[in-house]
Design a protein around this ligand. Structure first.
Ligand code: BGC
Length: 762
């Protein structure tokens, strides 16, 4: 099907023979691929090099024209001329084959394209949104979900995902909170590492792994007032202590690529920031993959007011270390001129090309550019039952039990159950916001899942009660909510009145969160709260199943109902996973990866705040840090989540060995399962450095362990801490540990637990 004697391949064969003969056993795979990249580079013209830095979207037909300095060129022509190095949104074994063939067989050097796509929480088999998976506090969940997603993506001819998003965010208004792993840097780092390992595996050239991309570098989660694409003002300590660690974890995991961000960081567009991309990422962290811009973000340096035109933007971005241009065509239109005018050194372009070629080499694209384009393999693996099983397991492990008065849950499989609410029989919203190639309406609904498990399915009834929206789902950005039509209330009330228990499925539609979905109101929209009140008049046994992609204001409803489960957008197997938890076939073990605020006015509210100078009331006056109309604590704190059993913590022991940078701290405690069911507990360890050169957070997560404890049994849980865990961005502008006294806390969430102190000497 292909001709393999085109120039690059013959050259590579010759090169490999020579290289291996003289350097046998002395070089790593990466050294080899970099050496090959250098050799290819030496064959390239400046135009061809610049072509490698150009990524375009395949939304339009390949024959569609694209504005170029030389006039309007079709994409096909551009590929043949070596003017494109990568596509995003070209999907499918057949389609990618056709496009790859143009590059490989009709361009002068035949350099293969790399195809990228946003596979954020699944390709066709959908997993819980990342925020939900973070609630599992189980890195294996994220790793296996990413691995399945990689298998399906690779089978569809795509080599590269733009995930994981590892932006720590404390702001429930920001729609993209659903895409990250929550408010904490430690938890996010663990999940980020696992995601990269899941996507990339041990060998990028395998047919079931893909390159991964850490995004958005950096600080996008700190946009002012949670408003999408807004600016970021951030202090150095927060940048180094909170924002950077998850990105560093991705580098440690061997990630192939990074994406920069739309936002400015302290006035400098991240896409044009040499501090972020050259000093930190490629300098301090020694990252040898390549950096991709965000969608048209090189061009947006102009709208930020930091460049006069795209030519200047291109100069700023390439100098700052942004290697590939997604969709702004600034590089392809201006870099050659910039080099010829002596404004950009060709060496910078060489470095970027070398990095890109190296990833292509690692993916094995030079050995077989069509290896991911196998239609039979595509049919065989995508959406398989095995993948669905992984998705179901991930989903049930992500469900958080927030309230369970008088053990209303778990339900008996013989109960008469009324499933009520706009999400009760919804097969679409559970697929989430970044749903890639999921088939519309392909999720298992709650009603279906409950019926599947019930002993008497005829005793399970459904009534929608109300529609949430009157206009717009999917990609309609401004949803219009239903505030008038109560015509479904009658049936819902009647259905509820006949049941033993009501499962009330309310919350947010998948497209209320995600990119471009910031909010100033995080309460239930439309008639949902009213529907709840009407149901409660006829049946008090209500369990709310909250559908959400962010922390919501559920202050009112959580007072009213005895049962409350956070069910997020859980993916393809949503209804089955919810049924597993509702009937107790799976004992909930998840914990919140974000604080749930009492109201929008508190936002951002997060557990690891600084103390302030006046943390508590003294002398009965108002002059302390608080609100006069609301508590300052969140409604449900970070790390909170219940189980159908109960756990007790005792016997905290702390010991230190060594001193200064060599100190080792061992912390242990006993956790006992005092209830009537086996259950998993996420044991959390926090520290506080009470006296330091810079004010330190009241608590910081530094360890967690998820353990299964049989009913009546006890387990000893042990943690090890090192100086690195105690280090922070000090006044010396570096990360170091300041010896002295530390507090340690071990418990079931960020607010309660056992506490002790330890001392680290110099
Ligand atoms: C988003 C990125 C995404 C890219 C490509 C942008 O709008 O910010 O996260 O990877 O589009 O779809």
């Amino acid at each position: 099907m292909s001709r393999f004697n085109y120039p690059i391949f013959s050259f590579l064969v010759l090169f490999s023979v020579l290289f291996f003969n003289c350097k046998k056993n002395t070089v790593s795979t990466k050294d080899t691929t970099f050496a090959k990249a250098d050799s290819i580079l030496s064959l390239m013209t400046l135009d061809e090099k610049i072509g490698q830095l150009n990524q375009l979207s395949g939304y339009e037909e390949l024959t569609g024209n694209i504005a170029n300095e030389d006039g309007q060129l079709s994409r096909t022509e551009m590929i043949k001329k070596g003017m494109i190095g990568s596509f995003l949104n070209v999907i499918g074994a057949e389609k990618t084959y056709q496009v790859q063939k143009l590059a490989v067989e009709e361009s002068r050097l035949g350099i293969p394209l790399i195809f990228g796509y946003d596979v954020v929480h699944g390709f066709q088999t959908m997993f819980p949104v990342p925020l939900a998976m973070a609630a599992s506090w189980d890195a294996e969940v994220v790793k296996s979900a990413s691995s399945v997603a990689a298998t399906e993506t690779a089978a569809a001819g795509v080599h590269w995902t733009f995930a994981p998003m590892v932006d720590v965010s404390r702001d429930a208004r920001w729609g993209r909170a659903m895409e990250g792993f929550g408010e904490d840097t430690y938890l996010t780092s663990k999940m980020a590492y696992a995601a990269v390992k899941g996507f990339q595996g041990d060998d990028l050239s395998s047919r079931t792994t893909i390159a991964s991309c850490a995004k958005h570098f950096a600080a996008y989660g700190f946009i002012e007032s949670g408003r999408e694409y807004n600016s970021v003002s951030i202090d150095d300590a927060t940048l180094h202590d909170v924002v950077f660690p998850p990105f560093k974890a991705c580098v440690d995991a061997g990630i192939a690529t990074f994406m920069n961000a739309f936002n400015t960081v302290n006035g400098v567009p991240a896409t044009g920031s040499a501090f972020l991309q050259r000093d930190i990422l490629k300098g301090e962290w020694n990252f040898d993959g390549f950096v991709l811009s965000d969608w048209a973000s090189i061009g947006e340096i102009v709208t930020h007011g930091a460049a006069k035109d795209k030519k200047e933007a291109a100069k700023i971005a390439i100098k700052a270390g942004c290697d590939m241009d997604m969709q702004s065509i600034s590089y392809s239109n201006h870099l050659k001129e910039l080099v010829n005018e002596g404004l950009v050194e060709e060496a910078l372009i060489d470095d970027a090309v070398r990095r890109i070629l190296n990833v292509k080499l690692q993916l094995g694209l030079f050995d077989d550019p069509y290896k991911y384009c196998n239609v039979d393999f595509e049919k065989q693996v995508i959406g398989s039952q095995d993948h669905k099983n992984v998705a179901r397991d991930a989903a049930r492990k992500s469900i958080v039990l927030l309230k369970n008065t008088d053990n209303i849950l778990p339900l008996s499989k013989t109960s008469k159950i009324a499933v009520i609410g706009p999400f009760g029989n919804d097969t679409d919203s559970p697929l989430g916001s970044w749903r890639a190639q999921a088939k519309t309406n392909s999720a298992v609904s709650i009603y279906e899942g409950i019926k599947n498990k019930s002993i008497n399915p005829e005793d399970v009834s459904f009534a929608k009660g109300c529609d949430l929206t009157v206009d717009g789902t999917h990609f309609i950005y401004h949803l219009k909510f239903n505030t008038k039509d109560k015509s479904g209330f009658g049936k819902a009330v009647k259905t509820a009145s006949k049941a033993d228990v009501v499962l009330l499925a309310i919350g947010e539609n998948a497209f209320e969160s995600g990119e471009g979905r910031s909010k100033t109101d995080i309460k239930l929209k439309g008639l949902q709260e009213e529907l709840l009140d009407e149901i409660l008049k006829v049946n008090k046994n209500v369990v709310v199943l909250l559908s959400n992609g962010r922390a919501m204001d559920i202050s009112e409803l959580s007072k009213k109902v005895p049962g409350l489960l956070v069910t997020w957008q859980l993916g393809s197997e949503s209804g089955n996973a919810i049924a597993d938890v509702v009937f107790g076939d799976y004992n909930p073990s998840a914990k919140l990866p974000i604080s749930f605020p009492r109201n929008i006015g508190q936002v951002p509210v997060y557990y690891n705040t600084l103390s302030t100078g006046r943390p508590v009331q003294e002398g009965g006056n108002v002059f302390y840090s608080h609100y006069t109309d609301s508590e300052k604590t969140p409604l449900y704190p970070f790390g909170y989540g219940l189980s159908y059993t109960s756990f007790e913590y005792s016997d905290l022991k702390v010991s230190t060995q060594g001193k200064g940078a060599d100190v080792k701290i061992t912390v242990s405690c006993t956790v006992s399962n005092t209830g009537n069911l086996d259950g998993e507990e996420v044991v959390q360890l926090y520290i506080n450095d009470p006296v330091a050169s810079r004010s330190r957070p009241v608590k910081e997560l530094k360890g967690f362990k998820k353990v299964l404890i049989a009913k009546g049994a006890s387990e000893t849980i042990q943690f090890e801490l090192s100086a690195q865990d105690l280090a922070f961005w000090t006044l010396n502008n570096k990360k170091e540990m300041e010896p002295g006294l530390f507090h340690v806390y071990v418990g079931p969430n960020s607010q309660t637990g056992l506490t002790d102190t330890f001392e680290v000497s110099k």
